[in-house]
Design a protein. Structure first.
Length: 351
């Protein structure tokens, strides 16, 4: 428990809610409102109470607070094992942004090991809820047929998803990044450099996220009057699989590749070098996610950067709003990625 030396000569003693109230010149109930329902207080009163809390280093006892409010002020998040060293840091960035945003509101993120199959994840939810240790959940890695949103919605459990549900029946709140907008921006960028044979290296159809990114490429190509015939290839999100998938396209006169992830783009780099070509000079490459590897590759990889800090803040806002108003209308937030141009797509096509 935090201890403080008060200015009234009482020596070293625990900082209590009553002491905070005395320092701020308000009632103990007002201090409680400042901690649990700050919107009930006038701004000047709230500022005075918060200043007293800081000066006394007052720390509410979490267990007692949970009993009073029936709230743990914990948000559950299932951590899945990183598939590779390229995409893993992207989700770590999101988790840090979300945790930091939640911390600023007085909530903490409770991490638990999520099963490999999302179909099994509700079992973890049920166990945490039986223990009354979480107020809500945040989901990620959503996909077609994902059972988690429906399971939580049916039981009235607050949640928000980082990612659309990718199904006809959408339930719950979600925040997502507009992948189609991103790949379309990549095509526009490449066309502006003179490219006309722009291939797409994506994931197998049906992934939701992958199909969305492929859609942006296809619609942008058609908007520019360019053919997409035989220019889309697919691979699992694996460097070697991507290299094998894009290799057969290289003799067909393509001058640029838009990839659905930086992992796939790295596979494209390897395929180009295997064929004696140089990324960025012979064939332009654009990835997606702007992972930490993108700036370290040689040449640096142009990539679509997801606004993960903004995603984290939006997830916090939506999940807290859902905790406060479980019956409110669902809210959906679609954010725009930013194209970061590096050497892999910085050169115009030579006439």
């Amino acid at each position: 428990m935090a201890r403080t030396t008060t200015s009234g000569g009482r020596g070293d003693r625990p900082a209590t809610l009553a002491l905070v109230a005395q320092r701020a010149g308000v009632s103990p109930q007002t201090v409680s409102n400042a901690l649990n329902s700050p919107d009930l207080l006038a701004p000047l009163t709230l500022e005075r109470v918060r200043r007293a809390i800081t000066e006394l280093d007052y720390r509410p006892h979490q267990a007692a607070r949970s009993l009073r409010t029936r709230s743990s002020r914990l948000i559950g998040y299932g951590v899945q094992a990183a598939v590779d060293a390229v995409s893993g840091p992207v989700m770590e960035h999101f988790l840090h942004a979300f945790s930091d945003s939640a911390n600023q509101t007085g909530y903490r993120v409770l991490l638990f090991a999520a099963p490999a199959r999302t179909e099994d994840e509700p079992d973890c939810y049920a166990e945490l809820l039986r223990e009354q240790s979480v107020d809500a959940f945040v989901l990620s890695n959503t996909h077609r047929g994902d059972p988690r949103p429906g399971w939580l919605h049916k039981r009235g459990i607050p949640f928000v998803a980082f990612g659309r549900p990718w199904s006809a029946r959408s339930v719950g709140d979600w925040v997502d990044v507009d992948g189609a907008h991103g790949t379309a921006a990549a095509v526009d960028h490449l066309v502006g450099l003179g490219h006309r044979r722009i291939a797409f290296l994506g994931w197998p159809r049906g992934s939701g996220v992958g199909d969305d990114r492929a859609l942006g490429w296809r619609e942008a190509m058609r908007r520019h009057g360019l053919s997409v015939r035989d220019l889309r290839v697919t691979a699992l999100d694996d460097v070697d699989a991507a290299r094998d998938a894009v290799g057969p396209l290289l003799p067909k006169g393509i001058t640029a590749v838009v990839a659905a992830s930086d992992t796939l783009a790295l596979g494209c780099y390897r395929a180009l070098r295997d064929s004696g070509r140089t990324p960025g000079q012979d064939v332009a490459v654009v990835g997606f996610d702007d992972s930490s590897a993108a700036a370290l590759l040689s040449p640096g990889l142009s990539s679509l950067r997801q606004p993960l800090d903004e995603v984290g803040r939006a997830c916090t806002r939506l999940v807290l709003s859902r905790i406060k108003d479980p019956q409110g209308a669902p809210e959906h937030v679609l954010l725009t990625p930013e194209l970061i141009v590096r050497e892999s797509s910085a050169h115009a096509v030579q006439p």
